[in-house]
Design a protein around this ligand. Structure first.
Ligand SMILES: [Ca+2]
Ligand SMILES: [Ca+2]
Length: 72
């Protein structure tokens, strides 16, 4: 699947309040689903690493970088 399409689908599912970004609460669900137990322990670290503009939410571009780096 093309990566932009995959990121769009992740947003469709996990951007629950539809504000166009993944907040920390939504991110926990996403990581829980994608990485299971391993991800939950690393969730805070992963969030901080990929929230590159430090606005406390994960944008589509930031999620795309994460998907590429973690090969999700
Ligand atoms: Ca959201
Ligand atoms: Ca951000």
């Amino acid at each position: 699947m093309e990566i932009n399409q995959w990121v769009d689908e992740l947003f469709e599912v996990f951007d629950v309040d539809k504000d166009g970004v993944i907040n920390r609460g939504e991110f926990v669900e996403l990581i829980d689903c994608l990485l299971q137990d391993k991800g939950i322990r690393m969730c805070e670290t992963i969030f901080n690493k990929f929230d590159t503009n430090h606005d406390n939410s994960i944008s589509k571009d930031e999620l795309k970088a994460m998907v590429i780096e973690l090969a999700l």
